[in-house]
Structure formats: C-alpha cells, structure tokens
Design a binder for this molecule. Structure first.
Ligand SMILES: Cc1cc2nc3c(=O)[nH]c(=O)nc-3n(C[C@H](O)[C@H](O)[C@H](O)COP(=O)(O)OP(=O)(O)OC[C@H]3O[C@@H](n4cnc5c(N)ncnc54)[C@H](O)[C@@H]3O)c2cc1C
Ligand code: SF4
Length: 434
C-alpha cells in the first residue's frame, strides 16, 4: 500500500474535537440514560447499538465496547470523527428534548475505537474458504465494508481502485480538522488485517480491466466507485488558471503540499458542505481573504447548519444571492463577475459586479459516473446513479452496488451500511440462499 508524503499541507490543522481522557469518557458514559428503543440507534445508518457500547465504557469494558461498534460498522474509527453526528445520533438523543446537552456519542465512539487500534484488537477472522471470489470496484468506505464482511464469510475478495491511495474520499476529501489522510490509511490497513483481500491499486475498471474480464474471474461484482470529478460552471473565462474544482483542490492539499503564498483573495462558489469545508480549509491554510459566493440565501444553503456556524466563527465571509456569470483575467483569474439574484432566484438585470479573486474553487457538485456501467447490460442508472433494490442488487445477476455511486452522494456511514448489507446479500447469492 502506498505511503503518504509526510509534508502534507493538511498538517497545519488541529483536531476540532479533541479526544476524551479515560475519566472524561466514563463521566460522559454515565450520563447516558440507556434508553429503551433508543432513538440514537434509529438515527444511525449502521444501527450501532449505542446504549450498549456506552454502557460498556461506563463499566470499564472498553474492548467489548469497541467490538459492539465494529460489529455494525467496520469503519467505526473514522465514522467517530467524520460523521455529522449533530444531524444523526447526537441530534436524536433524548436529552435534546429536555434542554440538556446531548450525549457526545461520536467522542465516546472515538474513545473506544482508538483504544482498539492502540491495543491492536482486530476482533475478526476470515471465514473458512468457500472457493468463491468477489470483485470490488473502489477502495472507499463502501468497498471496504463489503470486502471485510465478505471475508468473514470466507469468500475471496479482490479490490480494484484506479487511485494509488486507499480509502476513497475518507482519505482524499474529508476535512483535516476532522481526520487526516494518514489516519484513514491506517484504518484501511486495520480492515485489510483480516487477510485474504487482494488490493489492486492504479487499476481502472472498465479501462484497465473490462467488465467481461471481471465477471470471468469472479463469481460476483460490487460497484463502489463513488462520484466523479467536480462539476464545472461553464462561463466565459472558465479555462483561466487559478480556477479549480474544490474536491480536486482538497485532495491536492491533503495528499501533498500547496503554495498559497501569492493568494490574496480566494473565492469558493457553492453553498453545500464541500463549499463550507473548502472555505474553512482556505482560512486554515492561511489565505487572508476568503469569500463564499452562493446564489441563494442563508436559509436555503444545503450545507449543515452546524458546519456553517463553525465557518462563520472562523471569519469566513459570504456573498449571498450572487451567481457567477464570467471570470476575468488574462492567463490567470483576477475576478469573478456575478449577477445578483432576487428572492425568486432570478438574475436582477444590470446588477453585474466583480469580486476580486486570484483563486476560485468550484463546489457546485460532482459528476455521476453512471456511464461507467454502459457495457454492463441490465445495470440501470437514473440521473447517473446506479439503480438497485434495497440490498444493493442491480438488474444484472451477480452485480451489486453501494455508496455514493448508488445513493448519489451521502456520508461515509451510508457507504458503510450499504456495503455491509450488500455483503450479506452477496453471501446469500453465492451460497444458494437467494
Ligand atoms: C470534500 C468532501 C468532504 C466530505 N466530508 C465528509 C465528512 O466529513 N463526513 C462524511 O461522513 N462524509 C463526508 N463526505 C462524503 C463521503 O466522503 C462519501 O460519502 C464516501 O466517501 C463515499 O464512499 P464510497 O466508497 O461510495 O466512495 P468514495 O469514497 O468516493 O470511493 C470510491 C473509490 O472508487 C475509486 N474509483 C472511482 N472510479 C473507479 C474506476 N473506474 N475503477 C476503479 N476504481 C474507481 C476511487 O478512486 C475511490 O477510491 C465528504 C465528501 C467530500 C467530497
Ligand atoms: S438517546 Fe441519548 S441518552 Fe438515550 S441511549 Fe441514546 S445516547 Fe443514551
């Protein structure tokens, strides 16, 4: 597995939610009411038995606590850091109804899972060999979750990924104040520790290995190739230097160095979570003037309110109700020309104005990669997403899908849930149970 360079620009960021000490963890765990029919479990896409793992921390059984988490979510270590718990488990904790601070479930989960990594507890062994083999396309959260569970059932697994780094967006996209790339790579090593997962990096499907070859060599296929490149805003001047997709930029500074010393005015276009991450990251990387340009109002932003609140506290400024229509500059971008939008989202005639910018990041979505499956008869797509049943089965026998390529772009925890559930269905298929 390829190692990451040590001098990555992401190194300047500090953890925004510092870890609990053992004493803090026990105090917080003892606040839990261990609710019957706990709403926090229902709010977790992987249905971790949250009261049970918290009770085990309270009684000093940290190893058992970690096991409870990993039984449902094999990426429990990274999910403890990157999950938007404010809108999932923590947001549904009963304490919210009482006006009392909710249980810090993410921090408790981090306490247990970090302890497991430090102690070297791996918990799981590969099942007895079934002689069956599964191809997994994509080494992101969905692909890792399906691979690990399939190994527990005893099926051989080969993961193909076009990149040289493992972990998908968990490594290349997640904000470094939540988790740095090397922590994600450590997690992949921990998952692969079960043994018998053959990792083929730098291999694109169907470019380097065709669908026909994949189906010939394996008994089932799981598609977990995520989303494609950043979408572009086609406008005059779009090919000037200094204009880049936000996800591509984030990958660049997470995996290596970036020189932003000449940047005076950075602009991020968009109002979703990637836009919010990008503005916070530019501020953290030392850019003096960072502005977000969003065509709607604050109430219409698709990014999470808690993330936006944190961005504002860090000094990020925003231009509301502005739509870029052109980029200015000769060779390199110097400004973005915007038109003001009215409350009905219509451009206001004559309202064009320039916003100075020598770096422009586009955070207006990512392409869907549905066209990759054009050669796989029976696998259908809708708006570029792979269409499946509830277990992830596509319309082609032996082919499943999960994660962003199926759900259109959600969270790490959704990819894990979909990968895990697809593994159960694939196992039933391979052993004649379905
Ligand atoms: C900037 C950003 C920040 C995010 N922050 C968070 C966060 O804080 N918390 C959170 O929960 N979620 C976050 N997400 C979302 C989360 O990262 C994704 O939902 C999750 O990674 C999806 O997992 P996946 O396995 O489906 O896809 P991915 O993680 O995208 O992995 C897909 C893998 O498939 C590989 N691949 C693609 N095409 C091919 C091909 N043709 N052949 C072979 N391999 C291929 C890719 O190289 C990649 O490794 C963020 C997303 C972005 C863009
Ligand atoms: S809802 Fe809150 S108090 Fe109840 S079990 Fe979950 S974390 Fe504990």
């Amino acid at each position: 597995m390829s190692k990451l360079p040590p001098d990555r620009a992401e190194g300047v960021f500090v953890d925004f939610k510092p870890a609990y000490t053992p004493a803090q963890a026990v105090v917080e765990a003892n606040r839990c009411l261990f609710c019957y029919d706990a709403p926090c479990i229902k709010a977790c896409p992987t249905s971790i038995d949250i009261p049970q793992f918290i009770r085990k921390i309270a009684t000093g059984n940290v190893e058992g606590s970690a096991r409870t988490i990993f039984d449902s979510n094999i990426l429990g270590m990274s999910c403890a850091r990157v999950c938007p718990v404010e809108v999932l488990c923590v947001g549904d904790c009963v304490y919210n109804e009482m006006g009392v601070p909710p249980i810090q479930i993410g921090k408790l989960q981090r306490y247990s899972t970090d302890a497991a990594y430090e102690a070297g507890w791996t918990f799981y062994e590969a099942g007895e060999s079934t002689g069956k083999s599964v191809a997994v396309v994509g080494a992101g959260p969905a692909g890792l979750a399906v691979a690990h569970r399939l190994r527990r059932f005893g099926h051989a697994v080969t993961i193909y990924d076009k990149r040289s780094v493992v972990g998908g967006l968990n490594t290349t996209g997640v904000a470094p104040y939540k988790m740095k790339a090397d922590r994600s790579v450590d997690e992949v090593e921990w998952v692969l520790g079960i043994g018998g997962i053959d990792l083929k990096l730098g291999v694109s499907v169907p470019g380097d290995v065709s669908w026909a070859e994949l189906e010939d060599q394996h008994d089932a296929v799981f598609l977990g190739f995520g989303l494609g490149p950043d979408s572009v805003l086609d406008a005059p001047g779009a090919d000037l230097d200094g204009i880049e997709g936000a996800v591509a930029f984030i990958e660049r500074f997470k995996l290596g160095g970036v020189d932003l010393s000449s940047i005076r005015n950075a602009v991020v276009i968009g109002g979703g979570n990637t836009a919010i991450d990008a503005v916070r990251e530019l501020v953290g990387l030392g850019v003096q003037n960072v502005k977000m340009i969003y065509r709607g109002t604050e109430s219409r932003m698709s990014g999470y309110a808690h993330e936006w609140k944190a961005a504002k506290q860090e000094g990020v400024r925003v231009v509301w109700q502005a739509q870029p229509v052109a980029y200015q500059g000769e060779g390199h971008v110097t400004a973005v020309t915007c038109v003001r939008m009215d409350d009905a989202k219509q451009p206001i005639p004559g309202s064009e104005h320039d916003i100075a910018a020598d770096l422009v990041l586009l955070a207006v979505g990512q392409a869907k990669l549905g066209e990759l499956v054009a050669g796989l008869d029976g696998v259908e797509t809708q708006w570029g997403r792979i269409v499946t049943d509830d277990d992830g089965a596509t319309g082609r026998a032996g082919v499943w899908a999960g994660g962003d390529c199926r759900n259109g772009g959600k969270e790490v925890v959704n990819g894990v849930a979909e990968g895990r559930d697809a593994a159960e269905a694939i196992h039933a298929y391979l052993t004649g149970g379905a």
